[in-house]
Design a protein around this ligand. Sequence first.
Ligand SMILES: Cc1cc2nc3c(=O)[nH]c(=O)nc-3n(C[C@H](O)[C@H](O)[C@H](O)COP(=O)(O)O)c2cc1C
Length: 158
Amino acid sequence: MVKMLVSYYSRSGHTKRMAEEIAKAAEEAGAEVDLLVLEKVDVRSLMDYDCLVIGSPTYYGQMAGVVKEFFDRSVKIHGKLAGKVGGAFSSSGLRAGGNETTVLSILQAWLVHGMLVMGTSGADHFGPVSVGEPDEAALKSCTKYGERLVEYSSRLSK
Ligand SMILES: Cc1cc2nc3c(=O)[nH]c(=O)nc-3n(C[C@H](O)[C@H](O)[C@H](O)COP(=O)(O)O)c2cc1C
């Protein structure tokens, strides 16, 4: 069974809502999922999962400082996450306010950890995004993302 962490930083709840949707879909697709606020995650626990998904609000077109600081602390386990699957999602205030670059900034950090990331040929190529409170389309994208991450991770663990 795929073990997945869905974690997020969220001040006004938009990124949190996306995290809940991804976690629910992943659980329904058969994964064992921990849904945790990022502030409660010990970086060493990242080694316990097959798939790691982190969401951040868009701050100045990038992940929020709290999330970057988390990645900086993850140097303690550098090299130990290689081969795992990484995912990312973001909520921004504006339609073209940098939500995609935020998703990419998180995926970039996963790549530096030696992890594998997954794109989507349909909408939300890099990972789910929302503008403000996630609407129906954003929540659907989160559902599909959760399902696909489980499918991809389970293929790799065979
Ligand atoms: C410090 C700060 C920087 C922000 N920078 C951006 C930005 O660059 N682009 C944007 O579209 N929204 C920006 N926003 C708005 C948030 O990304 C947006 O409100 C988001 O939905 C908040 O997510 P949350 O409810 O999970 O906290 C910023 C907000 C704050 C507080």
